[in-house]
Design a protein around this ligand. Structure first.
Ligand code: ATP
Length: 319
């Protein structure tokens, strides 16, 4: 393998830049050239590909977003689109590709691998919803952004004796809600993986008020229902003064945390090692703080599992 490519795809996540940096530096360390594909699979099909040098990835380790840009492309889901991508890779003399993104991006990497072009997937998404890894790049930074918001809302909630509903991202996974809810001391955490009854939540809120609680914080994952709907139902069931905050895209930005930078550096470098070992069609991840890699097709077939012990703990601590 003399020349590899790297792209970022799907939703951006803080730490993607650190992962690209690791890919570039690790490859050059091993005397392998690196080409950056700008604009995800869309840029790949259009040949938006440029050589990256050591200096190309200087001064980006601390920046959110992705300097390679990201995009979503329907065309790349077709065989013709994938063929266009492979033609561009061949035209640039690229022998292997590192794809940093979510499960949709992995599907693209899987398709290229099935066409005989070796790809390695690196999990980059704030949602922490990719099978084959306990943590994804960007999750920790997003959690810190959410916690910052919860702490601020807690100040105003206690001053006005209000119930606050905070909607967080996560698509169909409850990881952001669960971890941020536990760390932020939320009274209730609503996640798609576990059903909860609004009436029962309302009863607990009332009991809390009876024993002198001044405010309550409810965290809802976007995959359950909208925060506004939860706020409406809580208000109807309790008549408490209820306010709703939808955190939205603020959760995707910001300088990556130490954890995300270190994770991105480890995973990006490991992806290059796999390509150099001639192992395409893999997805890298982290389990029990050790690097792991799976066949990308097997990784996609694994269910994403939420830490239910943490959920149980959050319930025990919020009585
Ligand atoms: P996130 O979950 O953070 O948004 P993602 O990688 O899951 O990231 P998607 O929009 O699902 O985001 O996928 C990114 C891109 O991957 C798509 O726009 C498309 O170009 C490509 N892709 C998705 N599914 C497939 C597929 N089945 N075959 C080929 N390419 C695909």
């Amino acid at each position: 393998m003399k020349r590899i490519g790297v792209l970022t795809s799907g939703g951006d996540a803080p730490g993607m830049n650190a992962a690209v940096r690791a890919v570039v530096r690790k490859a050059i360390y091993h005397n392998v050239e690196v080409y950056g594909v700008f604009g995800g699979y869309s840029g790949l099909m259009n040949g938006n590909i440029k050589k990256l040098e050591l200096g190309s990835v200087g001064d980006i380790i601390h920046r959110g977003g992705t300097f390679l840009y990201s995009a979503r492309s329907e065309e790349f889901k077709t065989k013709e689109g994938q063929q266009k991508g492979i033609e561009q890779l061949k035209k640039h003399g690229i022998d292997g590709l590192v794809v940093i993104g979510g499960d949709g991006s992995y599907m693209g990497a899987k398709a290229l691998t099935e066409h005989g072009f070796p790809c390695v997937g690196v999990p980059g998404t704030i949602d922490n919803d990719i099978p084959g890894t306990e943590f994804t790049i960007g999750f920790d930074t997003a959690l810190n952004t959410v916690i910052d918001a919860i702490d601020k809302i807690r100040d105003t909630a206690s001053s006005h004796e209000r119930t606050f509903v905070i909607e967080v991202m996560g698509r169909n996974a409850g990881d952001i809600a669960l971890w941020a809810g536990l760390a932020g001391g939320a009274e209730t955490i609503l996640i798609p993986e576990e059903k909860q009854d609004i009436k029962e939540i309302a009863e607990r809120l009332k009991k809390g008020q009876e024993r002198g609680k001044k405010h309550s914080i409810i965290i809802v994952a976007e995959g359950v229902m909208s925060g506004y709907e939860v706020g409406k139902q809580i208000k109807e069931a309790t008549d408490f003064d209820t306010r709703v905050t939808v955190l939205g895209h603020v959760q995707r930005g910001g300088s990556p945390t130490v954890n995300d930078r270190v994770l991105a550096s480890r995973l990006g470098a490991r992806a290059v090692e796999l390509l150099l070992e001639g192992k395409g069609g893999r997805a890298v991840g982290i389990e029990k703080n050790s690097l792991v890699d799976y066949d990308i097709i097997e990784a996609l077939a694994k269910p994403h599992t939420l830490d239910l012990d943490l959920y149980k703990l959050s319930k025990e601590l919020s009585i």
